[in-house]
Design a protein around this ligand. Structure first.
Ligand SMILES: NC(=O)C1=CN([C@@H]2O[C@H](COP(=O)(O)OP(=O)(O)OC[C@H]3O[C@@H](n4cnc5c(N)ncnc54)[C@H](OP(=O)(O)O)[C@@H]3O)[C@@H](O)[C@H]2O)C=CC1
Ligand SMILES: O=C([O-])CC(=O)C(=O)O
Length: 274
């Protein structure tokens, strides 16, 4: 039997998602090595202590790519996607993106697709904190009549967002729509909360024909986020409700996000899709 080559991945960002990726791979022991982490300047020593000596902690993209990873995994921000995506893809490195709200900008989206084509690389886009995108992607091959995504988080998960200027978040007593509008606006105005608005749009009816609602809901069970996806198409209808655990370190992010990223990477090293 041929010896399996180990997959080398490099992370951008060392926050809630990256830490969970370390935990999952430590526990499951797949043939995957996290070879490096790119952090902001001034965070190298602190992060190095946390990840141990076997992982290179760097503060430039150049140093990260020198590690020659098979996949560069962004678990950082839309800014990181905008700043480095094109270079990564053009140089032939596969790039996994989770701050997908960046692609609310059609110019950036096209630029990255072109860079991947030029570099012979692949833009890997895991589902994130939602399910059902497989159905939506298939349904768009027919005619989509309606696609609506509703993201529901506790009021405190919307702190530090424009919702704070319009609403007194701590005094919200019932589910309240804090944003209703277009996916690109949701992704841009709520970059740490509404990446999925853009993911759903790009997997389905597009940036102009997808309805988005963001909701502050104080009645959610503690430590959870929720979402709904409604699709009407000529092939049928899809109604999906998710109640997910939020990251203990980041109430804005669902645990499922990191798990779908881990699963996407595990797919590369196993011999079947499941
Ligand atoms: N598509 C989806 O389903 C979802 C997407 N997300 C997105 O995933 C991303 C990561 O989430 P999460 O891990 O919870 O976030 P965290 O805030 O916990 O961690 C992100 C880390 O990356 C760092 N970072 C941000 N930009 C850069 C950069 N340019 N260079 C180096 N480090 C950087 C941050 O530093 P600092 O704090 O200094 O900014 C922070 O330490 C976020 O953009 C989030 O919005 C989250 C949930 C769902
Ligand atoms: O984790 C979630 O519920 C989704 C999220 O933050 C995002 O879309 O950016």
């Amino acid at each position: 039997m041929a010896k399996q080559k180990r997959l080398k991945i490099a992370l951008i960002g060392y926050g809630a998602i990256s830490q969970m990726l370390f935990d999952v791979f430590r526990e499951k022991k797949p043939p995957i090595d996290i070879v490096g982490v790119l952090v902001r300047k001034g965070r190298v020593a602190d992060t190095q202590k946390k990840v141990g000596k076997k992982v290179a902690v760097v503060d430039t993209l150049k140093a990260l790519l020198k590690l020659n990873p098979d996949v560069v995994v962004e678990a950082a921000s839309q800014q990181a996607v905008r700043e480095w995506g094109e270079t990564i893809l053009k140089k032939g490195f596969d790039f996994m993106v989770i701050a997908t709200g960046a692609y609310g900008d059609p110019v950036l989206w096209k630029k990255h697709l072109k860079a991947a084509e030029k570099g012979g690389s692949r833009l890997r886009l895991p589902s994130g904190a939602i399910a059902g995108l497989d159905g939506l992607l298939a349904m768009r091959l027919g005619k989509l009549e309606k696609v609506k995504y509703i993201s529901i988080k506790p009021p405190h998960a919307w702190t530090g967002t424009p919702a704070e200027t319009e609403f007194d978040l701590p005094s919200i007593k019932e589910p309240t729509v804090i944003f209703r509008g277009k996916p690109a606006d949701a992704g841009r105005l709520y970059p740490k909360n509404a990446n999925l608005a853009v993911t759903v749009a790009l997997c389905g009816a597009g940036l102009d024909n997808t309805e988005i609602e963001l909701v502050a809901d104080p009645t959610l069970p503690p430590g959870t986020n929720a979402s709904k996806l409604e699709v009407v198409a000529d092939s049928g209808e899809l109604k999906l409700e998710r109640l997910g655990r939020a990251m203990p370190d980041n109430p804005k992010t669902g645990v499922l996000t990191a798990l779908t990223m881990a699963d996407d990477l595990l797919k590369i090293v196993r011999h079947s899709d499941w």
